[in-house]
Design a protein around this ligand. Structure first.
Ligand code: ATP
Ligand code: MG
Length: 230
């Protein structure tokens, strides 16, 4: 690994929540792969599946050897318990996969997380969902008197050759509670193909696109680590 990591400089445990009320934007795919990205960097990771479709739990069940650090959470009390009682013995990085619905449980995860990632493609309907619905959810959470919540938009499923995203940055800037991640995750068949066996892109060494996908998930993990250090 080219970059060296000094865990002492990090605010651990580090809680990363993936949320977007819109379905199918890549929350589960990314949560599963980000979790494995942090494992590969030597972190103790716990992945929480809050999606009623049980995506991460289901993917884990497809594996020859299941990950032991994935938990299904369906109620607010358990989520609060995990976040408040988090000890470094249990995990250093917590990745939460929320479902594609606007639920009280999802909002609680947004408030409790150190960083909220909102995957979205560069397609206009998904961007509209971000501006018209997701930004309202952020605003409502703030108006409810709870802590201010920021969200980092993460471009996902973007064409492998696309380079111009300024128009999306302009859209994101419309909300004072939204920011852009620099990392971009591209549309790659390896994400789906690896998940068929419950594998992350780090494991699917035989599949085309392995190195590119691994590098982009790792860049994302490093960008998250940089934000944690600040
Ligand atoms: N970067 C990518 N490249 C190619 N396919 C992707 C990528 N990201 C996600 N997908 C595919 O898109 C589909 C939807 O992804 P996923 O289930 O992760 O979305 P989701 O936001 O968790 O959906 P839901 O809201 O229903 O929980 C899956 O088939 C997944 O493999
Ligand atoms: Mg999902």
């Amino acid at each position: 690994m080219a970059k060296s990591l000094n865990k002492n400089r990090l605010n651990l445990p580090f809680i990363i929540n993936l949320s977007n009320q819109k379905g199918g934007v890549g929350k589960s795919t990314l949560a599963y792969n980000i979790a494995d990205g942090f494992r590969s960097l030597g972190f103790r990771v716990k992945l929480i599946d809050m999606d009623i479709q049980n995506s991460c739990m289901g993917l884990n069940s497809l594996r020859d050897k299941a990950f032991g650090d994935i938990e299904k959470v369906t109620d607010e009390a358990r989520l609060v318990e995990i976040i408040n009682d988090s000890s470094l013995d249990e995990f250093e990085v917590l990745v939460i996969d929320t479902g594609g619905f606007d639920l009280a449980l999802s909002r609680l995860a947004m408030v409790g997380a150190d960083i909220n990632l909102t995957p979205v493609s560069d397609k206009v309907t998904e961007l509209l969902g971000l501006v018209q619905k997701y930004s309202k959810i952020l605003h409502e959470i703030e108006s409810d008197g709870r802590n201010s919540v920021l969200s980092y938009t993460l471009l996902n499923r973007v064409h492998p050759l696309a380079t111009q995203f300024e128009h999306i940055e302009e859209i994101v800037k419309q909300s004072s509670q939204m920011r852009m991640m620099k990392s971009v995750i591209r549309e790659r068949s390896i994400y789906d193909k690896s998940l068929i066996h419950g594998e992350s892109v780090f494991e699917a060494k035989e599949l085309k696109g392995h190195k590119s996908a691994k590098d982009e998930i790792l860049s994302l993990c490093y960008e998250l680590i940089e934000k944690n250090e600040r």
